[in-house]
Design a protein around this ligand. Sequence first.
Ligand code: HSE
Length: 405
Amino acid sequence: MIKAAILGYGTVGSGVVEVLRTNKNQITKKAGTEIEVSYVLDLRDFPGDPVESILVHDFDVILQDPDVRIVVETMGGVDPAYTFTKQALLAGKNVCTSNKELVAQHGTELLQIAEEKQVNYLFEASCGGGIPIIRVLNEALTADRIEEVTGILNGTTNYILSKMTEEGSEFSDALKEAQDKGYAERNPEADVEGHDACRKIAILSSVAYGKYVDYRDVSTEGIAGISAVDIKYAKALGARIKLLASSCLTDKGCTARVCPVMIRPDSPLYAVNDVFNAVFVHGNMLGDAMLYGNGAGSLPTASAVAADVVACAMHPAEHIRGGWLADQLELMPAGEAESRFLVRVSGQPEERLPEIRALFGEAEPVTAPGVTGECAFLTGIVQEAVFAGKYKDLAGAKNRIRVMW
Ligand code: HSE
């Protein structure tokens, strides 16, 4: 038997207890040993809950117990999760986590400690909830040079954009609906401003390319500026707007970006709607592959954490290779990337076309049913920095959205 402790009895932590209990027999067979949850750490009390008898409020109780070989960190946030994780690894305990903030910020150091101590720091649930993308990158695609990772990595924003598309609603109404359904946090900033997807693409890129990608270097734009009129233009173009988190590795270097993009049905990500997530990967031998599934929620996320717990139970004192090297992968300046844009401006198309052509070269007028008092143009492919410089001085500019075709 192997003992585990869970830090944080919230949505994910309680889900891990449920997964380990519901699938106990199968998990015991696969792990080759029984996994017992000996402690649950939380500041709160849970009278009447099955974990009441194993609840502790002091992390030292877990740290000092040599029989605890696996620590499950489902607290979220950087502090005190960082301190507890580091202490656990230094004490020779394995740690499994769903904490994307912590992995994105301190993953390099924590992975190094795990290797030195011949234990594991596993974080499958930090990206894409229940979708097993980290294991695929670490184990299944080791013979490929990964050249692109592009994902819909945030369920809340995908739900909001899907509702805006289905119902023609404005961003604020769709956000309220997401909050009422319990998908979006009361403070939804990390989701809607793209910070959550940014951390996830930084983690996936680090694993895919084998060197640390600093999430602070990833150019990030959220969906708060997307309006019902933008959606009308997307529909007129046969497209949908998605918050894409993407990175590419070329001979020139690595680029990474999070931003709303119009995509058409020829993109495999077009059909990924509601709270679902998907990750598209391109390998130099594999070609294209995509994983799709539940990117958030208690049990899907807990399923990924519990699979990491099983891996640690199978290798309690052996470091499983994976993760990334400490060297940093410098990203190319975001302004050097090239994109094509839909640009919306006030006025009539015939009035504005000469000016738009003078600024952006090619420009194709786009009309959308029900949109009046403004017009829109598709530009040619423009360098991001050049586009930004011209767009900021564009009179009557209403919005611009990248298009992927
Ligand atoms: N807030 C996140 C999302 C939760 O909406 O995807 C899962 O990381």
